[in-house]
Write a protein that binds this ligand. Structure first.
Ligand SMILES: Nc1ncnc2c1ncn2[C@@H]1O[C@H](COP(=O)(O)OP(=O)(O)OP(=O)(O)O)[C@@H](O)[C@H]1O
Length: 209
């Protein structure tokens, strides 16, 4: 089966020196991969390379067989909107939009607005009663869950999540991860999850930085 995501021999350096080299990975539809490493090891940087948000220095990233290096910026952005859901370490919700409006935001860009589906995602994530709250009225964990709902709204092929459980305690983190995996599975998305917490992702296929 054609991989959803493939990376070959990725290497990256900031001005102060190389961060990693020779990173390769391959994910089929619905598969899960944990990216593990301590703080500063380059997890966020790797996710940004996989998302086409940082220019590649060494190696190749392919989305469903297409090398993203070959896509011009506008084509890459259009493709990213449909292909990829992103949950950043800092949730980046729009502060002036309600939880539901945040979830629907990618729908406005893509021309597919389905309030019932947005609400369904929020309900599945335990936020049905908070759909009309602004982010400032939500806890850190609730904001993260809104970000997960937003990332899944367009039913992406790939979900990239950077420490999505960082603001939760161990028990909540396990529950949130299980829910995220279940929802990703339901929409058919492969999942790459970056975390420093080895115990959280025990038993999952893992790439160590
Ligand atoms: N724009 C940048 N310019 C220079 N150095 C950077 C830049 N962004 C990150 N770094 C450095 O690169 C290293 C890796 O950062 P990155 O955020 O990818 O790691 P991480 O594993 O995600 O860390 P954390 O778990 O703390 O979020 C760090 O030492 C960081 O200071």
């Amino acid at each position: 089966m054609r991989p959803v995501l493939e990376a070959q021999n990725l290497g990256f350096a900031y001005a102060d020196g190389p961060l990693f080299r020779g990173i390769s990975l391959r994910l089929g539809p619905g598969e899960v991969l944990a990216v593990l490493g301590p703080s500063g090891s380059g997890k966020t940087t790797l996710l940004h390379l996989l998302a086409g948000l940082l220019p590649l220095q060494e190696g190749e990233v392919c989305w469903e067989g297409t090398p993203i290096r070959e896509l011009k910026e506008e084509a890459l952005a259009r493709r990213r909107l449909r292909f990829l859901g992103l949950v950043f370490q800092h949730h980046f919700l729009f502060p002036e939009l309600t939880a539901l409006e945040n979830v629907l935001a990618p729908g406005y860009l893509a021309g597919w607005v389905d309030r019932a589906w947005g609400l369904c995602l929020l309900e599945r994530l335990g936020l049905g009663g908070r759909a009309h709250f602004l982010p400032q009225r939500l806890s850190g964990g609730e904001r993260q869950r809104v970000a997960v709902a937003r990332a899944l709204y367009l039913k992406p092929k790939l979900l990239l999540a950077d420490e999505p459980t960082a603001s939760l305690d161990r028990h909540q983190a396990r529950e949130a991860l299980a829910l995220m995996r279940a929802l990703a599975g339901e929409v058919g998305a492969a999942l790459v999850l970056a975390t420093h917490d080895e115990a959280l992702v025990e038993g999952l296929p893992a790439l160590r930085l």
